[in-house]
Design a protein around this ligand. Structure first.
Ligand code: GLA
Length: 505
């Protein structure tokens, strides 16, 4: 009898064991897998399993999202999260299989339909602590003295728009060589900025090290400096950057000293995973912490805030030592994205000035998602906005047409005008817009933009610019004088094109 009972129990156990083990997902998991763009997707999952019900959190680089509709069925499971982009929202559904000690998970990506294949394993205590660190209280607010840099909007190049995770030492050197040789440097572009994905791990003393793509950052800075250019770098106040690399959390002063020792001249500081530790209302203090740390190094380092225009950053950006701050989410290489950003800039002009600029994000000129006409509009409007001009294309292979857009001296002069006043929208109709920027000495730069699908006449009257005629008109793309005009100026403008003029009373 006892033997039968024991056998029966054993059979029961054996039958139950695989699925019981397979379906016990409760706990923290770390997952990674290759993204279609060549990067790696990193996620953490905090699962709580209750029978067949699965709840918990999907933890990405910049947000923790609550799991909805989670289900476990034997060794199969699925769950979803709700993503909100402003008013739009999207459900991302994950599916997975338990394979021994690991989970195979098919993960959707927010911007494409192709899922990424992730392998997840149980997270170590250190990994859990790194993902959900204790909150270090941000410092009390006090103004960081201005560093005196960026008297006109910074000009340079940044790796992200074209290279994303594929930037390395060799590419940066080649870009610097090209900038020194192709007229970019002569046109005023100075900063060579490495964006996300240069970071390695920290050493035993907590010093940040580069990864294999950047064998020696000091040597790279020396090289860039030898060309008369300056080197920029990227980090963020969270534990991780947006691409999942080490952030500066808890190492702010140490990282600032490291950058200064390497010879870094520009820091872009990106919020990202700080959102898992801090509220938007903490942003000013958190950005002040790095602003103060940069100042304490004694090295002149341009400080670029990147928190997508949240928390009214233009109101406090200068007080934290910021030289520029992003006013929007990320640009993408299309007309819709570029013009959507443009609309968001209306009303921000009062906050820009010498030393502190609104940043509507980097240029897409030459990245091939827009026509040359559209890129001229993009460039013209960024100049009207007194925006930082950070080329985001592969300069090594840029066409003459692209370089002519980026390097036009008369157009750049609008951006770099000494008055430092950001332009504003003068008139708007569904099909065209007129934007104007006051220049030193009383002239104005005026962009006549045609947003319609056909060529159209776009006009401006001097009285709309608070100017009295007659005014001298010069076409800045055509490099041609258009004579003295009594009351205003009209021009035929191609679809999605611009006519950029300088109006001198
Ligand atoms: C964010 C920023 C981008 C870029 C990426 C890098 O999305 O807004 O400009 O720096 O992070 O991961």
């Amino acid at each position: 009898m006892q033997l039968i009972l024991r056998r029966f129990l054993l059979v029961l156990l054996l039958a139950a064991a695989p699925s019981a083990l397979a379906s016990d997902l409760t706990g923290d998991w770390t997952a990674a897998g290759p993204r279609p763009d060549g990067g790696t997707m990193h996620l953490m999952f905090r699962f709580k399993q209750d029978g067949t019900r699965l709840t918990g959190i999907v933890s990405a680089a910049s947000s923790d999202l609550a799991i909805v509709n989670g289900q476990v069925n034997g060794d199969q499971f699925s769950f979803a999260v709700q993503l909100n982009f402003g008013e739009r929202s999207r459900t991302l559904t994950y599916g997975g299989t338990v394979k021994g000690d690991t989970l195979e998970i098919s993960a959707p990506t927010p911007r494409s339909d192709a899922p990424v294949h992730l392998t997840a394993r149980r997270a170590t205590a250190a990994e859990v602590a790194a993902n959900w660190p204790e909150r270090i209280p941000p410092p009390a607010l006090h103004p960081v003295p201005a560093n005196g840099l960026a008297r006109t909007p910074p000009m340079g190049w940044n790796s992200w728009n074209h290279f994303a995770g594929k930037v390395d030492d060799k590419t940066v050197r080649e870009i610097a060589d090209t900038m020194a040789g192709d007229g970019m440097q002569a046109a005023g572009y100075v900063y060579v900025n490495i964006d996300d994905t240069w970071q390695g791990t920290r050493d035993a003393q907590g010093n940040i090290r580069t990864n294999d793509k950047f064998p020696n950052m000091k040597a790279l800075a020396d090289y860039v400096h030898s060309k008369g250019l300056k080197l920029g770098i990227y980090s963020g106040p969270g534990t991780k950057t947006c691409a999942g690399f080490a952030g500066s959390y808890g190492h702010e002063a140490q990282d600032a000293r490291t950058y200064a020792a390497w010879g870094i001249d520009y820091l872009k500081y990106d919020w990202c995973s700080a959102a898992k530790i801090y509220q938007d209302g903490d942003m000013q203090a958190v950005y002040q912490k790095m602003g103060e740390a940069l100042r304490a190094t004694g090295r002149p380092i341009v400080y670029s805030l990147c928190q997508y225009g949240r928390d009214g950053v233009w109101e406090w950006g200068p007080a934290v030592g910021g030289n520029l701050w992003r006013t929007t989410g990320d640009i993408s290489d299309d007309w819709k994205s570029m013009t959507r950003i443009l609309v968001d800039q209306v009303g921000l002009e009062q906050w820009a000035g010498p030393g502190h600029w609104n940043d509507p994000d980097m240029l897409e000129v030459g990245n091939s998602g827009m026509s040359a006409e559209e890129y001229r509009t993009h460039m013209s409007l960024w100049c009207i906005l007194a925006a930082p001009l950070l080329a985001g294309n592969d300069l090594r292979t840029a066409s003459r047409e692209t370089l002519d857009i980026l390097e036009n001296p008369e157009v750049i002069a609008v951006d770099q005008d000494a008055l430092g006043q950001q332009g504003h929208r003068v008139t708007l109709s569904p099909n065209y817009g007129v934007w104007a920027k006051p220049l030193a000495g009383g002239a104005q730069a005026v962009a006549l933009v045609n947003s319609s699908d056909e060529a159209a006449t776009v006009s401006v009257e001097w009285k709309d610019l608070d100017l009295k005629g007659p005014c001298q008109v010069r076409d800045l793309w055509a490099h041609a004088d258009r004579g003295r005009q009594a009351d205003g100026f009209s021009s035929n403008v191609p679809s999605h094109g611009v006519v950029l003029i300088k109006v001198t009373p």
